[in-house]
Design a protein around this ligand. Structure first.
Ligand code: PEP
Length: 251
């Protein structure tokens, strides 16, 4: 939709590589001819947020990959949303499937983290998505709604202006198996319908819904032209020069 600003996020995950290797990626982005009508965010490991933010062109923002549900205290190893905000970090990714699966984050925890992040003043890229088993059992819509429900319950209507939803089917993340544009469109339309009934029609209309899962330069145009696909969350390809082509998918 022309009313929803196209959004592209790059999730670097915990990829090995030095600060210099990451600076090289930033250099490519800084020099690239990018669609300035798109909102672009990169999410390096937390240790690199500040140095990369300092050298990034101002049109590109940074996101943390996680933050905790409390703002301070005896929580060794966690990342505070208020401390991210204090450092000028505008975004955080929450509920990524790797957090849900490997670190056992429930949808309730993801909702509490979302609440804490918004209270701190951050914007949130909220990830949802089904496993292959769930898709094959025709449970995609239900699984995604169950993941969204605790967030819906903990947010007020106006909080949604700070939320970007990322639909990321788990079977497509890092696998090279991309959802078809029809599968993506169907899931995105279902999410929008759910937001309309669970929150409001204006929130459903305004909320960006990103697709994530093996997005590349070669599949991004078709996916990005689907009516309810408002951008991408990109893992592997965000570390490569083709990330520029993905940013420019709508151009
Ligand atoms: C992700 O980690 O959010 C992701 C979509 O990864 P990839 O693009 O590598 O599938």
């Amino acid at each position: 939709s022309p009313t929803r600003q196209f959004f592209v996020g790059g999730n670097f995950k915990l990829n090995p590589g030095t600060l210099q290797a990451k600076k090289d990626i930033v250099e490519i982005l800084n020099k690239a001819d990018i669609d300035t009508s798109a909102e672009v965010v990169i999410a390096p490991p937390s240790l690199y947020l500040l140095p990369l933010q300092q050298i990034l062109r101002k049109e590109i923002k940074v996101a943390a990959q996680n933050s905790y549900l409390k703002t301070s205290g005896a929580f060794t190893g966690e990342i505070s949303p208020t401390q991210l905000a204090d450092a000028g970090i505008p975004y955080v990714i929450l509920g990524h499937s790797e957090r849900r699966t490997i670190f056992n984050e429930t949808s309730d925890v993801v909702a509490q983290k979302t609440r804490a992040a918004l209270d701190a003043g951050l914007s949130v890229i909220l990830c949802v998505g089904e496993t292959l088993k769930e898709r094959e059992a025709n449970q995609t819509k239900q699984v995604v709604e169950d993941q969204l429900k605790p967030v819906v319950d903990i947010l007020k209507e106006n909080d949604w202006s700070k939320i970007v939803v990322a639909y990321e089917p788990v079977w497509a993340i890092g696998t090279g198996k991309v959802a078809t544009s029809a599968q993506a469109q169907e899931a995105h339309a279902d999410i929008r319908t759910f937001l309309s009934s669970a929150v409001s029609s204006s929130v459903a209309e305004a909320t960006r819904i990103l697709y994530g899962g093996s997005v590349t330069a070669s599949n991004c145009k078709e996916l990005g032209n689907q009516k309810d696909v408002d951008g991408f969350l990109v893992g592997g390809a965000s570390l490569k020069p083709e990330f520029v082509d993905i940013i420019n998918a709508r151009r």
